[in-house]
Design a protein. Structure first.
Lengths: 301, 269
């Protein structure tokens, strides 16, 4: 695109482009319209529209005799959810493991984030930052698959634990908890790191000058100040666990909300019920976000 | 506990977490070169033979190609729509401006299965009215939807850092608005565009949840892994494909992180 200075046929093209450019320059509203219409049409109309239809369809039902979807509003899917033992167990298991994963990640993230923010040299800090960033952005499926190898009967973990006469957790709820904690850990480390970095060094010095022990400073000054950042990280660890169905399938035969939703979209073809069950994690997250906002997590994002 | 001992404990804990983050990736690299068909540890012999088997598998090659096309297509659309939205929000004041950043992040913030189902219904709705059927185009549509935010975040962060005076100076010196864009604004946001594009590519390249709802019977590389990982005969090939998957997502992310000096847009995956 170096035609700006070229002559000949390119010259008229340049002239045309200048004409268009200055015409747009004189009409900022037209410019705004051209910029905004494509992304708004894509996200605002297609995406939001299909989300709206999805939530609407949670109130439809599948006629078991004709296997046709009946588009009359009713609460029958939600009644099935509330009255069926299995679905209650699955919902509670999903939420419970999501909570356990969040707590585990907060505990694991803190030392590395603290080291990055307050101990490491700028060069090391940059390297660590990238080291945490890479698994956050890449290879979700492969990193879960790797745990399938690690946890398998003859895999590395059992071999290692076998040296001291123990054996690994196998494939079950513990393996799900472990793998989710691993997969979402970077999402906790980065906000906590940012939160710890913002604490002024003078506050820690003041605490020490006033006679506080290192651990007392940690407990009474650092953790309370970093708490909103931990809550910010927990939004990701909690929400991502709630909506996942790949990890439970790879490292266990246990069902999560996502697995039930997935099998109802595919095999069972009961889209209204799938949509109804999918609203459960969305509602849980809505409540969670309201709570997180009260705790100041959004300022820490 | 003294301050010195405390620091040692901190170093050990931080190092331990870092090792924990990278052991599974190392395991994948090792197993890709495992000569044996079984997955048992320790690995007894290393070889490259499964690379040949993987490359000779037509389904793997097709999946590789499909993933690559999908990632390129989604990245292109995300670059266009993401930067258009970023320019609109940065340059103009308009009704609903504050909701744009919420709208772009929504497809990533909601559970993948919700985004996937919504798009699945939309595609079915479209097919009944002559729209594209499940395949490359619908995969690109799905991936682009959650990739837009990545480009948007990178570009708007950069636009906020460019002093407005640079563009004003360009116009004062007689450049028209096209020349100002081409020779002042575009160079200033170039690395943000590249970084956003690389991250979008990486995100699309190994995505699986939205893909399973938008691909129909076509298989991207992650979908191929997902449908074959249980088959004992395919395990060594799955291990090789897993290595490909890591490499083609880790390398763009690393490049993007270097381009933005490690200050790239995080958190909003």
């Amino acid at each position: 695109m170096s035609a700006a200075t070229s002559a000949g046929p390119g010259g008229t093209l340049t002239g045309l482009r200048r004409g268009v450019a200055s015409a747009l320059h004189r009409r900022p509203r037209l410019q705004l319209g051209l910029l905004l219409t494509p992304p708004l049409a894509w996200l605002g109309v297609i995406y939001l529209g299909s989300l709206a239809v999805l939530f609407l369809s949670a109130f439809w039902r599948l006629d078991p005799d004709t296997t046709q979807i009946v588009q009359e509003p009713s609460l029958v899917n939600f009644e099935t959810l509330a009255n069926t033992e299995v679905y209650r167990v699955i919902a509670l298991r999903t939420i419970g493991i999501a909570a356990a994963v969040t707590i585990t990640d907060a505990a694991l993230a803190f030392p590395l984030a603290y080291y990055m923010a307050r101990v490491a040299s700028p060069r090391v800090r940059n390297l660590l930052f990238i080291a945490v960033l890479m698994p956050l952005w890449s290879s979700y499926l492969v990193r879960v698959y790797s745990w399938r190898i690690i946890l398998s009967e003859e895999g590395p973990l059992n071999w290692l634990l076998g040296l001291v006469g123990l054996s690994g957790p196998g494939f079950g709820e513990i393996s799900i908890w472990l793998v989710f904690s691993y997969i979402w850990l970077p999402y906790m480390i980065l906000p906590v790191y940012a939160g710890l970095e913002r604490i002024p060094a003078s506050l820690l010095e003041a605490s020490g000058d006033l006679g506080a022990h290192g651990l007392t400073t940690l407990r009474r000054v650092v953790v309370p100040l970093a708490f909103p950042a931990i809550v910010a990280g927990s939004i990701f660890t909690f929400s991502l666990t709630l909506g996942d169905y790949i990890t439970p399938q790879l490292v266990s035969s246990t069902q999560f909300i996502g697995n039930v939703v997935y099998s109802n979209v595919g095999v069972a073809g009961n889209l209204p019920f799938a949509a109804a069950f999918a609203t459960v994690p969305v509602m849980v997250m809505a409540v969670y976000l309201i709570g997180a906002r009260r705790l100041g997590a959004f300022e820490a994002l | 506990m003294g301050a010195h001992a405390g620091r040692i404990v901190l170093r050990l804990a931080a190092g331990g977490v870092l090792v924990f983050l990278y052991i599974p990736l190392a395991i994948i690299v090792l197993y890709a070169f495992n000569d044996a068909k079984s997955q048992s540890w320790p690995i007894e012999a290393f070889s490259l033979r499964w690379f040949g088997v993987a490359l000779g598998n037509a389904k793997v090659r097709d999946a590789f190609l499909l993933s690559f096309q999908a990632a390129l297509g989604a990245t292109t659309i995300a670059l266009l729509l993401g930067s258009a939205a970023a320019f609109a929000v940065h340059r103009f004041r308009f009704f609903g401006r504050d909701t744009i950043s919420f709208l772009v992040v929504l497809p990533l913030a909601l559970p993948g299965i919700v985004t996937g189902m919504a798009l699945n219904s939309a595609i079915n709705f479209g097919i009944e009215r002559g729209g594209p059927s499940f395949g490359l185009i619908t995969i690109i549509v799905g991936h682009a939807t959650f990739c837009i935010v990545v480009v948007y975040n990178n570009v708007i962060a950069r636009l906020r850092r460019i002093p407005r005076s640079m563009e004003e100076a360009s116009m004062d010196l007689g450049a028209d608005s096209w020349q100002t864009f081409r020779y002042v604004t575009l160079p200033a946001i170039a690395t943000a565009l590249v970084a956003g594009g690389l991250l979008a590519f990486a995100l699309s390249w190994d995505e699986i949840i939205v893909t399973t709802f938008t691909a129909g019977t076509d298989e991207t590389l992650p979908v191929w892994i997902f449908s074959n990982f249980r088959l004992p005969n395919f395990r060594p090939v799955v291990n090789v494909v897993a290595l490909f998957l890591i490499l083609l997502s880790a390398i763009p992310v690393y490049a993007a992180a270097r381009l933005t000096g490690g200050s790239g847009q995080v958190g909003t995956r």
